[in-house]
Design a protein around this ligand. Sequence first.
Ligand SMILES: Cc1cc2nc3c(=O)[nH]c(=O)nc-3n(C[C@H](O)[C@H](O)[C@H](O)COP(=O)(O)OP(=O)(O)OC[C@H]3O[C@@H](n4cnc5c(N)ncnc54)[C@H](O)[C@@H]3O)c2cc1C
Length: 538
Amino acid sequence: MGKSYQADVAIAGAGLAGIVTAYELLERGRKVLLIDKDKRERFGGLAKESFGGVHFIGTPHQKRLGIKDSPELAYRDWQSYACFGENDHWPRAWAKFYCEHSLEYIFHFLQAKKIQFLPLVNWPERGLFRPGNSVPRWHIAWGTGEEIIRRFIDALEAHPQRQNLELLFEHEVNGIETAGGRVAGVVGTELASGMEFKVMGEVVIASGGISGGDLSKVRANWYGEWEGPPQIMLNGAHRYGDGLLHDKVAALGGNLTHLDKQWHYAAGVHHPARRKADDGLSLVPPRSALWMNALGKRIGPHPLISYADTRWLVENIVRQPGGYSWQVLNWKIAARELAVSGSDYMTAFTTKSKPLLLKHLLFGNNELVERLLRECPEDFVAADSLPELVEKMNERSLFDLRVDLSTMERDISEYDATIDRGPAFFNDDQLRRIANNRSYRGDRIRTCKFQKILDARARPLIAIREFILSRKSLGGIQTDLRCRVLNRDGVPIDGLYAVGEAAGFGGGGIHGLRSLEGTFLGSCVLTGRIAANTIAGT
Ligand SMILES: Cc1cc2nc3c(=O)[nH]c(=O)nc-3n(C[C@H](O)[C@H](O)[C@H](O)COP(=O)(O)OP(=O)(O)OC[C@H]3O[C@@H](n4cnc5c(N)ncnc54)[C@H](O)[C@@H]3O)c2cc1C
């Protein structure tokens, strides 16, 4: 055995949940060891790459926009979306707690760290066949997730109790130690030397979800009621999101629940940086694009509609031939509506440039479209005519599936003809949704006004080949409302806690089947704060 450390608390995982737990423990005078397998430059985990959208209820931002929200309404929406089962006591309790305390535990806490939110609140996940968000609740952190993490790292580094914090990077935690019938610490391996290390103290599991790694846990836990997982799936989660510590908790008797509930996205493209195997970039799919299958047929009978119910999109695409899809659009739509989920490509947000943001809102984000076409030629194609576009699409077709020009031409022309008949006669659910989206200011600025696809003035035509992208684990280690890990009899395991995505963001599945969005970052903060309170007895 190599190095041995003594702390009050060992936290395995330095993503947002681990960082918040560490910060709150320092505030309470505890000695903390924060351990991460990743390199120091990736301190902050997935939140650092995130767009920084957070779900709040009852903020001044909402009030300024005339949005009437309440914890009761939010909890009703949450339950509608989650479809909790009869036995989901802890997920339900966590969801209720989130809705009732998002201001006090998350919003004010982040504001106190000087994290600001943009004035326009976004409105994803309104629901399609069941109610989702009744009102806009997705607040974008100015500076994205990068800023959230930067502020917290600064707060840790400048903390008056900084001497009580030790940071270990490139250290893998791979075992949980017990003594006298309780959890007593962790063991692991220092990656550079291969030496083992040991930390004695109470243990917080903050190692994220199971949606990353080599995706084997995603495939093994695929939702039973769906078609099997698609042959090609992209990894939009953490390289170390392999569930190693979930397994260790289970071996100690800890209860893992809802692992088959996963939050994937429908519009993944290959990440040009290829930072890990199957690395994916998640697009915010343009609402005015037509969603076609691998044969060039518009997916239906109900057209696929972005921004309404992400789970429904994924469920439909995995049923399509080849398990992948195409979005067909033109430059005008792309410039106005295309976005990337994450801090990476959204430069106006990440660099906090108001003039650039204004320019993108007024004239479209042409730079982003140019960049994606240039950097992702595997999945993005552009052409001046439909036959040329289809030819390029077919150069990228998979599994011997071919896009059929006449099918695609027919479906696009029918859609364009509906637009020509005028809004009073929109007998198309996508157009009806677009009309509805445009009635909210926050969406109107990012949604074209009934844009025809084949419009000669809006060219070139663009097609994007999109894959299912694995992102978040909705299930995980079951915890009670104090973040104590529960065993399979529902009894807390002494000395063991779980936070963030590792805990299914609270209770082993706070979201049930679906998320209202922005609830991931929010519940990392919530669980981190509560775990620290429990450990410190405050
Ligand atoms: C591109 C992108 C955009 C997103 N946008 C949003 C958004 O706008 N809003 C929102 O709410 N959510 C968003 N999310 C999701 C959100 O960022 C994550 O769900 C959340 O940050 C998870 O935090 P975490 O601390 O629980 O886990 P992670 O961030 O996964 O951190 C876990 C840490 O544990 C470490 N680790 C893993 N195993 C071990 C081990 N055995 N030993 C030691 N260390 C280990 C990892 O290296 C990692 O640093 C986004 C995610 C991505 C990738």
